[in-house]
Ligand binder design. Sequence first.
Ligand SMILES: N[C@H](CCC[C@H](N)C(=O)O)C(=O)O
Length: 294
Amino acid sequence: MNALANRRFLKMNGLGNQITVLDLRGTKHVVSEAEARAIASEPRARFDQLMVLHDAVTPGTDAFVRIYNTDGSEAGACGNGTRCVAWAMVADPQMGDAAKTRLALQTKAGLLPAVREGETLFTVDMGVPRLAWDQIPLAEPFEDTSRFELQIGPIDSPVLHTPCAVNMGNPHAVFFVEDPYAYNLEQIGPLLENHPIFPDRANIELAAVKAPDHIVLRVWERGAGITQACGSGACAALVAAVRRELSARKATVSLPGGDLAIEWRESDAHVLMTGPVEFEWEGWIDPALIERAA
Ligand SMILES: N[C@H](CCC[C@H](N)C(=O)O)C(=O)O
């Protein structure tokens, strides 16, 4: 019997970013692309990101987490999903250990320490951002070598150019614009995500710096499309804004689903993301769904 059959899942969200948490600790099962897509097609388990917990592989960490997009592809990081996993591991009656307030979660991209700040409020240390493709850690002083010209359109929206490329464990291209809501993101998102200039595709951010401590952001996510919020995207937007000398190192990032507090810490160049999570319901994976995916 496939380890996924009848397995319990938690449907959650982080600022409207739809997250499903699945605990596969104690099994060796690795969710396939087809299985992830099948789970995404189930209305009660539907997700922007599926966060799958595996047994910890490194001493001192609490779990290894695999992250899947709606299209079944894997991502190295997911800020909103990491907060949801952290909540599940402290507060869920079956999975959680209420004595814990700190967790060390590991993903393909590295370690993501999380701290519980309140009932449903968590801070995740998203690590040191890197230049998107050459993987150089970004710590000051730096040269903004990630600038390049990218011209798309004309479609029915203003032309976008010169994104700032930031890797937060996953690739982001941040475009600074006056009004992110003036663009038809549904139409231009897929063109940009799959533009040949992005070897690994990219999450696409439209960001407006409203004040040194306030950024308005919309995101087209790689493998998932428009989401209500993207934690790593909010981090990438702040890092890009600091690199372009548009904002302070600490800002509120307002997404369609709500606000995240982001700080690019001066002392060690780590990015800290603070925001809420919401538990919606629990469910069990229909074995027929998994059979069909096989
Ligand atoms: N929603 C996530 C990001 C998912 C990124 C994923 N779409 C990728 O392929 O990199 C977040 O809160 O950080």
